[in-house]
Design a protein around this ligand. Structure first.
Ligand code: ZN
Length: 265
């Protein structure tokens, strides 16, 4: 795969003393014909949703997610699945978007961001006002009956639990499952295809709060680079793309994206 290494800023120009990272990213956004954002758990940390990779803080820290939050577990022991998932559903349902979500919605409204691709299931991008949103792991916004397909809004799921603690459809006797991609489930084909299209056409991909280690997010910046586009990283911690980025902002995502908005003027 050929990359246009020569077209990238040199190490010296990447962090010039006269311009902040936020100003440099604002310049890249100005110069880009098509910009997309790719977001992961880190963008929702300021909303009070811990990144599960943070030791001792993540929602997975006390259980093996492959055991309780997998499609096999849902089918085998739906009560155990919901014992684990129901409180997390409630916890996520109360969260609000933070200034990082708001900044991406503003960039879209101003016509300089084409879409947001997210690994998150927390629906905070939608709540912030993002319209062109690709949720590659699904969303807690709805749950569906696995038998008849009837769809329920998040607020209505709590009313479906029976005395066993299992969410049951009120149209048929089927089980109701969150419309999120569980471990062991296939990723939604249409969303993945749309994400790949956007990544392949982007002049600039802004990766926010993602370690870029989990498929499919891990492979999307590669598509942008292969097309001759640039990668900007707004994330704490290292990523596999740290040598390919045009700029990296490694502070708090809400602070950094607010600064980018200010630099855009
Ligand atoms: Zn049903």
């Amino acid at each position: 795969m050929e990359r246009q290494v020569g077209a990238r800023p040199t190490a010296d120009s990447r962090r010039p003393s006269t311009r902040s990272g936020a100003e440099l990213l604002a310049e890249l956004i100005h110069g880009s014909g098509s910009t997309v954002a790719l977001t992961g758990a880190g963008i929702s940390v300021p909303s009070g949703i811990p990144d599960f990779r943070t030791p001792g803080e993540g929602i997975w820290s006390d259980v093996d997610p492959f055991e309780v939050a997998s499609i096999d577990a849902f089918r085998r022991d739906p009560k155990r699945f919901w014992d684990f998932y129901r409180p997390r559903f409630g916890m996520l349902g109360d969260k609000l978007p933070n200034p990082a979500h708001d900044a991406l919605a503003t960039l879209e409204a101003e016509g300089v961001l084409d879409a947001v691709i997210t690994q998150n299931i927390d629906r905070l991008h939608r709540a912030a006002g993002t319209r062109e949103l690709v949720e590659v792991h699904g969303s807690i916004a709805t749950s569906s009956c696995i038998t008849c397909g009837h769809s329920y809004d998040l607020d209505d799921v709590e009313g479906l639990f029976d005395s066993r603690g299992i969410a049951v459809c009120d149209v048929c006797p089927g089980l109701v499952k969150p419309d999120v991609v569980l471990f062991g489930e296939l990723l939604p084909v249409a969303a993945i295809e749309r994400a790949r299209e956007l990544a392949s056409a982007a002049d600039l991909m802004i990766c926010v709060g993602s370690s870029l280690e989990v498929f499919p997010a891990a492979g999307l910046p590669e598509l942008t680079l292969a097309h001759g586009g640039e990668i900007a990283l707004v994330t704490i911690g290292s990523t596999p793309y740290d040598r390919d980025d045009a700029v990296k902002l490694d502070g708090d995502v809400a602070v950094e994206l607010t600064a980018v908005l200010a630099a855009l003027g």
